[in-house]
Design a protein around this ligand. Structure first.
Ligand SMILES: NC(=O)c1ccc[n+]([C@@H]2O[C@H](COP(=O)([O-])OP(=O)(O)OC[C@H]3O[C@@H](n4cnc5c(N)ncnc54)[C@H](OP(=O)(O)O)[C@@H]3O)[C@@H](O)[C@H]2O)c1
Length: 261
């Protein structure tokens, strides 16, 4: 991955930070988007900076079209190209609410960031990748450009107290298939990673519940997932080893997706 440019949304915290660390270790220059202040994000990413990696951080919201454009402009100004996109940023509803009480505000908040923002950032970066590939025709394209979306087991698992989150993640599953199909003729690989229960800020408030469920046998592999488990899957997908598997989904969930009797 030496000299490749990787974009990681939400790459300064949680699963995204582990992905940023992994890709930086493999030689990528990073472009990271998040809503936190630059000071806070850079402090989180200090171990990456200490290892000498190039990091661009842009403060902005994935859900805001102007911020997405500003992010893209900043990446192209700094690096002039994009080789990897990891759509990692995502939010849970601010408040879990029964399906019969879910509000339009909460629905819009979650969908604007998780689904609409991710779709339009992917579209913009896919266009950039296509332009690059056309200009660089005849050059070595290995590993091929890659787009990876971090969805969730909530894509196919009903949680009736956060339906808008489940719907946004189900949408990302179809988004992956659509871009994989459209971009296959361009030579761009598109994948989805579906994490299960991963230890981050997002799951901190429900940690006791998940501790109990895991101890009671919810998962075939009886442990929490760690952000590094997801980062390792990103690493494999970026390597080009799965170059004939575009559109594929990898479950990083300790076997949660297996139906059991
Ligand atoms: N943890 C799990 O068990 C789990 C399971 C399945 C799927 N996932 C998915 O994995 C991804 C990462 O989750 P996580 O557990 O690492 O969550 P997290 O700890 O809550 O981190 C969320 C990340 O998204 C960024 N973000 C949030 N809103 C944003 C916005 N409007 N614009 C740009 N960036 C934004 C955050 O950065 P700022 O704070 O700077 O905004 C942060 O880096 C999410 O898509 C989540 O749905 C997580």
């Amino acid at each position: 991955m030496e000299n490749k440019v990787a974009v990681v949304t939400g790459g300064a915290r949680g699963i995204g930070l582990a992905i940023s660390m992994q890709l930086a270790r493999e030689g990528c220059a990073l472009a990271v988007l998040g809503t936190s202040s630059e000071e806070k994000a850079m402090n989180n990413m200090k171990p990456i900076l200490d290892e000498g990696a190039r990091v661009l951080y842009v403060q902005g919201s994935l859900g805001n079209a102007k911020d997405r454009q500003r992010f893209l402009n900043a990446i192209l100004n700094r690096y002039g190209r994009i080789d990897v996109l990891v759509n990692n940023a995502g939010v849970a509803p601010k408040q879990r609410m029964d399906l019969l009480e879910t509000t339009e505000d909460s629905f819009d908040f979650v969908m604007d960031i998780n689904l609409k923002g991710t779709f339009f950032l992917t579209q913009a970066i896919a266009r950039q990748m296509v332009d690059q590939l056309r200009k660089e025709a005849g050059h070595n394209r290995n590993p091929m450009p890659v787009i990876i979306t971090i969805s969730s087991m909530s894509e196919y698992t009903a949680s009736v107290n956060r339906g808008e989150y489940c719907i946004s993640k189900a949408g990302l599953g179809m988004m992956t298939k659509l871009f994989a199909d459209r971009l296959s003729e361009e030579g761009i690989l598109v994948y989805e990673i579906r994490p299960g229960i991963i230890r981050t800020d997002m799951t901190r408030t429900v940690a006791e519940k998940y501790d109990r469920l895991i101890a009671d046998g919810l998962l075939p592999q009886k442990r929490w997932g760690e952000p590094e488990d997801v980062a390792n899957a990103v690493s494999v997908l970026c390597s080009g080893s799965l170059a004939y598997s575009t559109g594929q989904t990898i479950d990083v969930d300790g076997g949660f997706h297996i139906r059991r009797l």
